[in-house]
Design a binder for this molecule. Sequence first.
Ligand code: PMP
Length: 353
Amino acid sequence: MSKYWSSLVSELQPYVPGEQPKMANLIKLNTNENPFGPSPKVISAIKSELNDNLRLYPDPEGHALKEAIASYYIDFGIEENQVFVGNGSDEVLAHIFQGLLKQDKPILFPDITYSFYPVYCGLYKVESNIIPLTESFEINPDDYKRDNGGVIFPNPNAPTGRYMGLQHVQAIVEANLDSVVVVDEAYIDFGGETAIRLVNQYPNLVVCQTLSKARSLAGLRVGFAVANAELIEGLNRVKDSFNSYPLDRLALAGAVAAFEDRQWFEDSCNGVIREREKVTKGLEKLGFEVLPSKANFVFARHPEHKGADVAAELREQGIIVRHFNKPRISEFLRITIGTSDQNNALIKALDFL
Ligand code: PMP
């Protein structure tokens, strides 16, 4: 503890990111990255942006990217002023916590969910009312009908991978018309249906997405939110009070190209979905219980072997998966879907069970 720290820093309980090991020969199935890599068109767009223009600030509005996102969702009537872009969806979520969630009432989120939510509550002094998942690790929309300063949940949820149909999302949004409902869709493209189609129906709905997963650009740090123009204006005010240039020139160029290459995106998502079915079957054959997943990972437990022990044994064999030492889920492993070879190696390594 430093004598120079403010009391705020002393009280913080920061997010602990998954390990990014230096050893290249490890099979890395611990942080939900996409094994298929970004579109080659993204790489060439970034390369052509590597020029003397780097001396110039980027577009503070990220105009080209907002336009690309709006036209990607044109069927839902999304316009550019309904899009907000940021440096990873973590940053977009931070601005949402700062600007859109009310500080005079507790916000609602599930007990088992993305661990950044409680961290932002600590940083931005937002009170929370944490709602348990059901026995089968699902979000029950009826539990989100109490007074609140906002609601946030991922769909599919993390780290469970469980997906909730759009009619249930809609029920939560409708039950909370006086507060903002944030649907964090980091994993939506692996088989779910986006709530962006509801944005023009509900002025209180914010849908947040990332390019880190389905578009395989975790290293570029790009995320975005879609909502009605007034909420987006609120987010812009927060951004311009923090960092007017959240996205650099390379990130903007790469992200625009990612939205333009639909074929690569669709092939990549389908590849992950196919492999997810294979991994699920392989794990079930080994005796694991695997929660139904619509994400690029599965959440699984073995009735006889402790999650921490299995993770440690896999690590010995050069495979890293994620284990959370938290109530209710300490028996589970969260396993990212890798390439076909990586997934085969995973199932083979679990032969010891
Ligand atoms: N939301 C959820 C549910 C996530 O799992 C993640 C990734 N860890 C994020 C948001 C953040 O993604 P990024 O900052 O890479 O866009």
